[in-house]
Design a protein around this ligand. Structure first.
Ligand SMILES: NC(=O)c1ccc[n+]([C@@H]2O[C@H](COP(=O)([O-])OP(=O)(O)OC[C@H]3O[C@@H](n4cnc5c(N)ncnc54)[C@H](OP(=O)(O)O)[C@@H]3O)[C@@H](O)[C@H]2O)c1
Length: 238
């Protein structure tokens, strides 16, 4: 990723704490949209001042199309999109509010669509692109009380594959280009938020953000040019 323009969403979140330093270490030129200045400060606390100074932080709400369009227009181009943004809530379907359902689709699926849409425009102009989205184990293996989250993350898998895969009888989106799209399926990640109230002997078994970062960095690299439309489980031993 050396010298590549990377749009890294969710780079200040729990998974971002592992992914952002790894992407910076690759020599990439990184843009991170954010909403919470507190999370930017948290990231600042774990990376060197020199690396922190290399990141372009841009306030943006990725659920809003105009905001995403403006964000991408502020970058010279997008070579790599790493889309970590997402959110989680649970509840029994018959008790789950329609408002919460729409929120889950908004934060997980609609942000993925919007960032892919505007990044792809830039990638197609330049003939190069790497898209890495984040689904979840629940997207491939839906579970009780996770209907909205599972449906949204299944949508992320479908969207990513649709961008990457050959189409039947109509024009492919990325065939014969050096543009790839892949998604990863984490199970439970060892983030600060997940650790709250969890005994260490359980949390210690969760997959570390730094480990997931290695998978993401490979998919985002030149070396992964022949990996297209994959949904890669990163479950560790869970
Ligand atoms: N944590 C897990 O165990 C787990 C397991 C499987 C999959 N995943 C997936 O992994 C990804 C990262 O999870 P995480 O644990 O790092 O979540 P997180 O700590 O909640 O971080 C999510 C990030 O997304 C940002 N964000 C949310 N909505 C946004 C919006 N509308 N516009 C701009 N930024 C927005 C948040 O910024 P603000 O705080 O500023 O809103 C935050 O930086 C998600 O897609 C999640 O679904 C997580």
């Amino acid at each position: 990723m050396k010298g590549k323009q990377v749009l890294l969403t969710g780079g200040t979140g729990g998974l971002g704490l592992g992914v952002t330093p790894a992407v910076i270490a690759q020599g990439a030129d990184v843009t991170i949209p954010y909403r919470s200045p507190k999370d930017v400060e948290r990231l600042k606390g774990i990376i060197s001042p020199a690396d922190f100074a290399r990141i372009h932080f841009i306030p943006a709400n990725l659920e809003d199309e105009a905001s995403v369009e403006k964000l991408v227009s502020r970058m010279t181009k997008v070579d790599v999109l790493i889309h970590l943004v997402g959110g989680f809530s649970k509840g029994k379907t018959h008790e789950y509010s329609f408002y919460d359902w729409k929120q889950e689709i908004d934060i997980n699926l609609n942000t993925t669509f919007l960032t892919c849409k505007y990044s792809l425009k830039s990638m197609l102009e330049n003939g190069y692109g790497r898209i890495v989205t984040v689904s979840s184990r629940a997207g491939a293996e839906p579970a009780g009380q996770l209907a909205a989250y599972s449906a949204a993350k299944a949508g992320v898998i479908a969207l990513t594959k649709a961008i990457a895969k050959r189409s039947v009888g109509i024009a492919d989106e990325t065939k014969n280009t050096n543009i790839t799209a892949n998604t990863i399926l984490p199970s439970v990640i060892d983030t600060p938020a997940n650790r709250v109230g969890t005994p260490a002997e359980i949390a210690d078994k969760w997959v570390k953000p730094e480990s997931i970062a290695q998978v993401i960095c490979f998919l985002a690299s030149e070396a992964a040019k022949d990996v297209r439309g994959a949904a890669i489980p990163v479950y560790g031993n869970l």
